[in-house]
Design a protein around this ligand. Structure first.
Ligand code: CA
Length: 440
């Protein structure tokens, strides 16, 4: 049960969906409940699109939006059920849900199949998810198909079925790309909690601990602030594991002299944060570690300068690549000229990912990166990660003192009308800040 439901953001998002669909009809289901093993489910997580338009977190819910003169937002959800509530907890039921979440109508989910043909009558276009990619997609699509067929069968009575399907997610993607003040406030808090967790990891990590012990400190900090789950699987990667980009095992015993790369963010009130910090397990960078760290930090700062409204989204990746490539030359990791390194992409031995992504309800959030092949332009209200890195695996052409050093530095950055705001600014970042945070 939501502690206090602030409905106006969801109502105004539905207003925008009404405007987008004209006389037509839209339908969006929430996510399915997923079995983990035998009779145990994964902790339930709503669908982001559905939640964006409803603020409603219960499973087995569907939103129907009727455009045109009818203009109705209709929720289908679970009925009140005393016995199920004793076992599984509170549910709103259609009447309370309609009232509290400001829908025009609400019905038990079991009624959807029966009412659906009615909603599709004489609507030219159906806005529905196209290829949802979830396990209940086929059942949902089958229900839609059945409803369309039943409307077709009413043609002699003068009714027509929709003759085109538009991906409703694509319409909502555009909306989700620009965060409203309600979202920004939550994202700021999500970022702050993740920041506290990284600071705690710096303060508590010790040589000879296992990576999972550090993960426990992070999870503890998330949960005690009301962020019950990470936004993605924690990456707690010490020593050589830092050079495995999606390392999820958290099983290695950390050694004196290791760097520890932590990529971890929480989900708070449905919004992700995503921070990476890299710090010495014993609290003090070695010379080579510091050199690599400073190179990544320099690239990250350079990226901050171009994360501004009006800049193409792809610009900061190019800035990161150029800065890191120059540092690779300066550190003796690569030979040749900068132009050559960029042309031949030899930098990819040490920097092989993009400089960042949209972030919001999903850690890799909705929204196009390119439009007709052209880079999306940054606008106020977009939120991106800024995360350059260097990953130096042992190799013959690499000076041995750099072997197994992996560094990534990642912040969440809100584009504003006059620049940007680093939402994760409270996380220690400079060498001095990091070493101070590691003080034992
Ligand atoms: Ca990350």
């Amino acid at each position: 049960m939501n502690a206090a439901v602030e409905v106006s953001p969801y109502v105004s998002r539905r207003e925008r969906l009404f405007a987008a669909i004209g006389d037509n009809v839209a339908i969006l289901p929430t996510a399915p409940e997923l079995a983990r093993n035998r009779d145990t489910d994964f902790l339930y997580r709503h669908d982001s699109y559905f939640y964006y338009l409803t603020g409603f977190r219960e499973p087995q819910s569907v939103l129907v939006v009727l455009g045109g003169a009818e203009r109705k937002a209709i929720l289908f959800c679970r009925e009140k059920n005393q016995e199920r509530e004793i076992w599984d907890g509170f549910r709103y039921g259609p009447d309370a849900a309609r009232e509290i979440f400001a829908f025009d109508e609400a019905y038990p989910i079991e009624k959807l199949e029966e009412l659906l043909p009615e909603y599709l009558k004489n609507r030219g276009t159906l806005y529905a998810p196209l290829a949802m990619g979830t396990t209940h997609a086929s059942a949902f699509e089958a229900m839609l198909n059945k409803a369309i067929i039943s409307v077709r069968n009413m043609s002699r009575a003068g009714f027509s079925a929709p003759d085109s399907l538009v991906d409703v997610y694509k319409v909502v993607d555009e909306m989700r790309l620009i965060k409203d003040p309600h979202e920004i406030a939550i994202m700021r808090r999500s970022a702050e909690i993740a920041s506290l967790a990284h600071t705690r990891a710096m303060r508590t990590a010790r040589p000879n601990q296992y990576e999972y012990q550090v993960e426990a400190e992070i999870a503890h900090e998330f949960i005690r602030h009301g962020a019950r789950t990470p936004a993605y699987n924690h990456i707690v990667a010490s020593g050589p594991n830092a050079c495995v980009l999606h390392y999820n095992d958290s099983s290695r015993q950390m050694k004196d002299g290791d760097l520890l790369l932590i990529d971890s963010g929480c989900e708070y009130e449905g919004y992700a944060s995503d921070i990476t910090r890299t710090f010495p397990v014993n609290g003090k960078f070695t010379g080579p570690q510091k050199d690599v760290y400073e190179a990544v930090l320099k690239a990250q700062y350079a990226c901050m300068d171009v994360l501004k409204a009006g800049q193409p989204f792809h610009k900061y990746h190019d800035v990161a690549t150029e800065s890191l490539a120059q540092s690779m030359l300066d550190l003796g990791l690569l030979k040749g000229s900068l132009a050559q390194v960029l042309e031949e992409k030899t930098y990819m031995q040490f920097y092989m990912h993009r400089a960042g992504h949209w972030i919001g309800m999903d850690v890799h959030d909705a929204g196009a990166y390119r439009i007709n092949g052209e880079s999306q332009t940054l606008r106020a209200g977009m939120v991106v990660t800024n995360e350059p890195g260097l990953y130096i695996r042992p190799a013959e052409n690499v000076p041995e003192h750099f072997w197994n050093i992996g560094v990534r530095i990642e912040d969440d950055v809100l584009i504003t009308s006059n620049g940007n705001e680093n939402l994760t600014i409270k996380t220690p970042k400079t060498v001095a800040e990091v070493e101070a945070a590691c003080v034992r």
